[in-house]
Design a binder for this molecule. Structure first.
Ligand code: SAM
Ligand code: SF4
Length: 338
């Protein structure tokens, strides 16, 4: 297995058959799994040292016009209690994060028509004004190219839009027919054309997904070369059509993160909240699989539990400064720093 791992690290790609061999060996054999993760962390350390980047996550709205089969925020989930932060709340949350050292804010939410281009542009400009050296990242789903351009011009410079499934047939199995695979991919391409640092990614273990599908994901990301790669585990939410399915597998998620690191040495790869939801050591195990970003949730505590994309979503009830301190301690125990 070592040979395949070395080959992947050198060529940054493998043949499809070899990917299958590598993934299946790492699923079954602890030695192969550990070798892959060791190589991935070595590559991350060569690029970034032992530093881990922090992004403050602000979940700005739990309203969504879409109906993704896997997500608790889907419009048909009548059990969801919805909220939408005001501009003042978003701004003061970012300022609070800035004061404790955060320099990137990720504004994430459902596709909520209340966040018009002009409202968002104004908000982005205010954040940039009040937090001068901070970067604004958006994760607000599919919008028109004109809209993306306007938000970029207003000062947003990164955009996370997971492709969700590189295989069109799987994409169509996990989304209703009013959502389009082609539009998703075109949005990702538009973002990159405009100049955004663009993020792609997918869930591991979404119902219907096979290893072949995951290899398609790996190959699509090789083609489009995102600057950020968000890989989480699918976690079942009872009030969704996929609520009867079991959640995805953490080990397989770590394997795919490690492969992504070997193929994209310079990418920002977060240890996602889904990992920490499924395991108390999820963030740390993500870093030890080659991830180099953590995204502390700084959404106001009053609404945080309502952003329930899946059941049992990990969220702390501690103030931002303490959350950061605790992350720093956990990382320092494995020789890393924020
Ligand atoms: N609405 C935007 C979008 O879809 O791109 C951003 C918010 S959405 C909640 C962010 C990500 O959450 C999605 O890209 C999806 O991969 C992930 N997600 C949704 N439901 C999930 C679930 N049940 N388990 C794990 N991740 C999930
Ligand atoms: Fe809406 Fe995003 Fe959830 Fe889909 S994944 S329902 S677009 S919040």
């Amino acid at each position: 297995m070592n040979q395949l791992i070395e080959k992947l690290s050198t060529l940054r790609c493998l043949e499809i058959k070899e990917f299958e061999q590598l993934i299946s060996a790492c699923v079954k054999c602890d030695d192969s799994f550990n070798q892959l993760r060791d190589k991935a962390t070595q590559v991350a350390r060569e690029q970034f040292g032992c530093g881990v980047y922090m992004r403050g996550l602000v979940e700005i709205s739990s309203y969504c016009k879409n109906n993704c089969y896997y997500c608790g925020l889907r419009r048909d989930n009548r059990n969801a209690s919805r909220y939408r932060l005001s501009d003042g709340e978003i701004l003061s949350t970012c300022i609070e994060g800035y004061e404790v050292g955060l320099r990137t804010f990720v504004l994430q939410g459902g596709e909520d028509a209340a966040f018009t281009d002009s409202r968002l542009a104004n908000l982005i400009a205010q954040i940039r004004h009040n937090c001068p050296d901070a970067i604004v990242t958006l994760s607000l789903g599919e919008r028109s190219k004109e809209s993306y351009q306007r938000l970029y011009d207003a000062g947003a410079s990164r955009y996370l839009l997971r492709h969700e499934a590189a295989s069109q047939s799987l994409y169509e199995q996990i989304h209703p027919s009013d959502m389009s695979y082609d539009n998703r991919i075109n949005c990702i391409k538009s973002l990159a054309e405009i100049g955004y640092q663009t993020g792609m990614g997918m869930m591991v273990g979404v119902p219907g997904q096979t290893i072949e599908h995951l290899i398609n994901d790996i190959l699509l990301m090789r083609e489009l070369r995102p600057k950020m790669i968000g890989i989480g585990t699918f976690i079942s939410h009872p009030h969704t059509p996929f609520g009867i399915h079991t959640s995805g597998d953490l080990r397989l998620t770590y394997i795919i993160i490690a492969i992504a690191r070997l193929m994209h040495p310079q990418a920002y790869i977060p240890a996602t909240t889904a990992l920490q939801t499924l395991s108390a050591t999820g963030y740390i195990d993500g870093i030890l699989s080659g991830a180099n970003v953590v995204m502390p949730n700084i959404t106001p505590l009053t609404v945080r539990p309502k952003y329930e994309i899946y059941k049992g979503k990990h969220h702390t009830t501690t103030p931002i400064a303490e959350t950061i301190q605790s992350l720093a301690q956990q990382l320092s125990a494995i020789g890393y720093h924020l």
